[in-house]
Design a protein around this ligand. Structure first.
Ligand code: ASP
Length: 437
């Protein structure tokens, strides 16, 4: 089996970590294709190389020359090379890079140099070929071009026993460098895994996988050993931020499993993200709990609403006109509510929208309340498992929390509970206790 491995910014932050990565890669022959991020923070308060490069680009635009920020990038890379004892003239490579940045004057090109330089060092350290993403990851305009990329990349990888690929960027049909959005090395890792026909995509980071809930709320919660792509989507959408579900579309399409691993504790089991749900060993119906604060609920009531054709359509049309997206839309026979991230309703937008919905659907009553937190209880085990919601609401009641809203999708993959912001932490603790203790 082939494994594609992506190492994140903290795994590349300094020379010691580069050596750790080498040990991990060489510890398993299957780890053939390595994707690297740019060096991240070494300690809290430190800067990520990508951020320094973005500042370098600003300085270049202002003064016409690279300035102090690029100087810091230079130092970081020279220090890494020194720490790992590589005998290469990296000063020369940095000089060439600086010249290219000044000539190209493109934000994407400048931002991509963190991955490029880190990749060159890693390839040298491992003694394997370096693949510049400019040659093998193709964009069409600013969109990733899968068809062309897979053809080129498959060919480039085929003949190589091992290789390092720089994450985060590629080039369009004219050869101009383009980047994915921030954190985009995850995408490159997934693309490489797919092109290589990998049996596993290992995503190496600085945590030992997904936790069943936020460790700031429950100290040392259980680690999730396995979750499905769908559960990942639910949990990451609701704020669990180890890895974003959007970034793994290439492996999801190909059904390749992912494993989240910790570079600093490789012995930990990590979390597997699998194409299909797996029966939890403990027979738990719930896989994880996530949530977010600060939602506003707009509540509408109108008798005989159920018989009025187009009621929801007219109300939603108002939201669409204002460019507002809603998270949930729980409804009753004569009631309907829209749950919306409060950020979107600032500066008088809420009052305006309420007035327009009022005019569009003439409800008997329209009100809104804010400071609502949403808690998502996620798990394939909820489906067809009699009593899960009873347990959930009993636990919340025992904690003395008033439930403001409930939404259960008919897929039964999650139950969403709305509570007051101030009850959020208490609710998470109570639900965790119920399902994981
Ligand atoms: N270095 C890029 C960033 O910080 C990409 C990545 O690390 O995934 O966003």
């Amino acid at each position: 089996m082939i494994k594609a491995c992506k190492f994140g910014g903290t795994s590349m932050a300094d020379g010691t970590n580069f050596l750790r990565v080498k040990e991990i890669v060489e510890g398993d022959e299957a780890r053939r294709y390595i994707v690297v991020s740019a060096p991240g923070k070494r300690y809290s308060g430190d800067s990520k190389v990508t951020d320094l490069l973005l500042s370098a680009h600003e300085e270049l635009l202002k003064t016409g020359r690279l300035g102090a920020s690029f100087g810091r990038v230079r130092e970081r890379f020279l220090h890494i090379v020194l720490e790992i004892g590589l005998k290469i003239d990296f000063g020369r490579i940095l000089d060439e890079t600086a010249q290219e940045i000044e000539a190209e004057r493109s934000e994407a090109f400048t931002a991509s140099r963190g991955e490029y330089l880190a990749g060159r060092i890693m390839a040298e350290l491992l003694g394997v070929p370096f693949l510049d993403a400019r040659e093998v990851i193709r964009f069409c305009g600013d969109r990733f071009d899968g068809e062309t990329t897979y053809t080129i990349l498959r060919e480039a990888l085929k003949s190589k026993k091992r290789a390092v690929v720089a994450g985060y960027y590629g080039a369009d049909e004219t050869g101009r460098v383009r980047t994915f959005s921030r954190g985009g090395s995850d995408v490159t890792g997934a693309i490489v895994a797919r092109a290589a026909g990998a049996g596993l995509y290992e995503n190496w980071t600085d945590v030992s996988g997904f936790l069943a809930c936020d460790p700031h709320i429950v100290p040392s919660p259980a680690r999730i050993e396995a979750l499905s792509y769908k559960e990942l989507r639910e949990l990451s959408y609701m704020g669990a931020n180890v890895m974003h579900s959007e970034s793994i579309f290439p492996v999801r399409e190909a059904g390749i499993p992912i494993r989240i691993c910790n570079t600093f504790r490789p012995e930990d089991g990590g979390t597997y993200i699998l194409p299909k749900p797996q029966e939890s060993e403990e027979g738990r119906p719930v896989t994880g709990i996530a949530g977010k604060k600060n939602f506003t609920v707009i509540f509408l009531e109108k008798s005989l609403m159920n018989a009025e054709i187009g009621f929801a359509y007219r109300a939603l049309e108002v939201l669409m006109r204002h460019g507002i997206s809603f998270e949930h839309m729980p409804s009753g026979i004569d009631t309907m509510s829209f749950v919306i991230d409060s950020e979107q309703l600032k500066g008088g937008a809420l009052e305006q929208i309420e007035a327009e919905i009022g005019a569009a659907v003439r409800p008997d009553r329209i009100t809104s309340f804010d400071n609502i937190a949403l808690l998502a209880v996620v798990g394939h085990g909820i489906h067809g498992n009699v009593g899960t919601s009873a347990r959930l609401f009993r636990a919340i009641a025992r904690a003395g929390v008033n439930v403001r809203m409930i939404d259960q999708g008919s897929s039964e993959l999650n139950i969403i509970v709305g509570v007051d912001n101030e009850d959020y932490e208490r609710t998470v603790r109570a639900v965790y206790e119920e399902f994981f203790k």
